[in-house]
Ligand binder design. Structure first.
Ligand code: MEV
Length: 454
């Protein structure tokens, strides 16, 4: 039986045999040397030769560009960038660039995506496209007057903002679309009013434009209503622009399916667990945001605020097991941009965007949601079966081996011995690596069964 997929090189649908569904275009990527990895990415069209060369030679070094981003520049802080493989999202093969320092995130994402592509699928959608700006009136003098006047002049305000500030967005099919009044009771009995300005930022994240719109409307609103506007700023709790990802695993073993469902319930009911669960989700999302030059603090703030929308902080994912199927859903505001700012200026961010082959900001946010959900699945699977230490520490062993000062020739020997120690003791440290290296170098006689364990 065949299956239609999109060929990563040509973007053309191709027929793939069920037999090779397991293998992605990047199968075995982790086992390649660094040079071979670049060659592979160029071969499949994820990078150009010039981009590969840019990465190979250490990436961005021009401090002049840093000066454009921030103040008091003294350099760049380099974060490793890797590729998560095996992702097929909405039927499209996608190479996922992840900029992150934490061991095992890239491996866990790739491994879990492999499982999903073999026995399930990932689909995504966006719910809404409007971002929110807030115009606050801390203490309202006459709420009825404010309500009536705003309602009467809403269309004028929208037109003025679109004409004078958001005309670029309007030209691209977006712009200010609505103005909504919210009333909040103050603790002293008075009323606070918050006017929400809703705008479609198209492929921009929209922070600058929505702030400009709100500040522009401040004067006319004060003039019309006689109220005093106290501050204007966007909201990161963008529940008007949500992204949803869904993972379905078919034919999952009942025991495993129920364990994952139970872990999901734990994260939904207990905020202490929810925080860690959501951190694991962000392990998949933040590295894409960083790689693409997006504002990850904004997304973090929005996701966590959305997780607490019921009044209790909860998981932003849910997993349910039903008749042999495991279904996972992630729903959160993941507001990103693919044009403007760092995204446009940073060459590595540009490279990441072209690797992802995204055609819109909405598509980028859908990829983020999918990777976050898959990352969550990987963590829950590990936590409810072998535990997190095993996989994490296996990968950490190489860092410890190098940290202990092993040469290229010694690395495999030290790694093998450390893996044995890990199997026996379920823990491993740099001290173990140092002692094993000493044994191997003959400084301490090696006797079977003894060692580095103590
Ligand atoms: C570690 O970076 C992330 C996890 O703690 C996530 C989780 O507990 O679900 C493993």
């Amino acid at each position: 039986m065949g299956r239609t997929i999109v060929d990563i090189k040509t973007s053309q649908p191709t027929l793939r045999n069920e037999a090779d569904v397991e293998t992605s275009a990047l199968a075995g990527f982790g086992k390649l040397s660094q040079d071979e990895r670049y060659e592979k990415l160029v071969e499949i069209g994820a990078l150009t030769a010039a981009e590969a060369q840019h990465l190979k030679s250490g990436g961005l070094k021009d401090l002049g560009l840093a000066e454009k981003f921030i103040e008091n520049v003294i350099g760049y802080f380099q974060v490793p960038m890797g590729i998560a493989t095996n992702f097929r999202i909405d039927g499209r093969e996608i190479v996922i660039p992840l900029a992150v320092e934490e061991t095992s995130i890239v491996a866990a994402a790739s491994k879990t995506a492999k499982w999903v592509r073999e026995v399930g699928e990932i689909t995504t959608e966006t719910l809404g496209e409007l971002i929110i700006g807030q115009i606050q009136i801390a203490r309202v003098r006459d709420i009825a007057n404010l309500r009536t006047k705003l309602q009467m002049s809403k269309a004028d305000f929208i037109n003025m903002a679109n004409r004078d500030v958001a005309h670029g967005l309007v030209a691209r099919g977006g712009g200010v679309e609505d103005i909504v009044l919210r009333e909040i009771d103050r603790p002293d009995g008075d009323k606070m009013a918050v006017i929400h300005v809703h705008a479609n930022p198209c492929d921009a994240m929209g922070a600058n434009i929505i702030n400009q719109v709100c500040e522009y409307l401040k004067g006319p609103i004060q003039e019309l209503t006689g109220e005093t506007v106290t501050m204007c700023i966007l909201s990161n709790l963008v529940d008007t622009k949500l992204t949803r990802a869904k993972v379905v695993i078919h034919d999952i073993e009942e025991d495993l399916g129920k364990r994952i469902e139970e872990a999901s319930l734990f994260a939904n009911l207990d905020p202490y667990r929810a925080a860690t669960n959501n951190k694991g989700v962000m392990n998949g999302i933040d590295p894409i945001l960083i790689a693409t030059g997006n504002d990850w603090r904004a997304v973090e703030a929005g996701v966590h605020a959305y997780a607490a929308r019921s009044g209790q902080y909860r998981s932003i994912t849910t997993w349910t097991y039903q008749a042999g199927k495991l279904i996972g859903i992630l729903e959160a505001p993941i507001v990103v941009g693919t044009v403007g700012g760092v995204t446009k200026l940073h060459p590595t961010a540009q490279m990441s965007l072209s690797m992802l082959k995204v055609s819109s900001a909405a598509e980028l946010s859908r990829i983020c949601a999918a990777v976050g959900l898959v990352q969550n699945l990987g963590a829950l699977k590990a936590l409810t079966t072998v535990g997190i230490i095993e996989g994490h520490m296996k990968l950490h062993i190489r860092n410890l081996t190098l940290g202990a000062g092993a040469s290229e020739r010694e690395v495999p020997l030290v790694q093998k011995r450390l893996e044995e120690i890990l199997m026996l003791t379920k823990r491993i440290s740099l001290q173990n690596a140092v002692e094993v290296l000493r044994e191997i170098r003959g400084a301490v006689p090696v006797s079977p069964g003894t060692s580095a364990l103590t």
